[in-house]
Design a protein around this ligand. Sequence first.
Ligand SMILES: CC(C)(COP(=O)(O)OP(=O)(O)OC[C@H]1O[C@@H](n2cnc3c(N)ncnc32)[C@H](O)[C@@H]1OP(=O)(O)O)[C@@H](O)C(=O)NCCC(=O)NCCS
Length: 124
Amino acid sequence: MLKEVNDLDLVNDLSDYKVSFNEFDKVLGFFIDDTIVGFLDYSVIYDRMEINYIYVLEKHRKKGIGYQLLKYVIDNYSYDITLEVNVNNIVAINLYKKLDFKIVAIREKYYNGIDGYLMERRIL
Ligand SMILES: CC(C)(COP(=O)(O)OP(=O)(O)OC[C@H]1O[C@@H](n2cnc3c(N)ncnc32)[C@H](O)[C@@H]1OP(=O)(O)O)[C@@H](O)C(=O)NCCC(=O)NCCS
């Protein structure tokens, strides 16, 4: 089940990625039997959205959870969405493409010397 998360310890214990809230930041969690197994960290900045990070615990991957997390924000906000992704992260790039994100620019050496893609999903 999808639920907004306000307790940051819940998500910060899941992976190396640490969420630090600011006034634009939101976290959506995916729960199985009240246990969080994945989350989406995103910012709503006036009339656009930025995806900061998405993560699903390894043993729960490939079950559509990442897809559901992203689909929820796509369906609930009518905003253009942008994100950056490491060019080598084929799994994440596939997920974003499946949800109609397009590569719009290359961010050179964005990830410790490795290029990133800027991807964008425009309101259809
Ligand atoms: C990226 C991530 C969130 C995907 O979560 P997930 O719940 O496993 O993804 P889903 O099961 O919803 O898969 C949706 C789509 O993603 C792509 N995908 C997922 N796993 C994949 C894999 N192992 N190989 C290739 N494509 C894959 C596919 O397009 C898939 O659609 P399909 O099942 O119709 O083929 C997860 O792999 C993860 O947490 N990775 C580590 C963190 C990370 O890299 N985050 C992205 C930072 S930008």
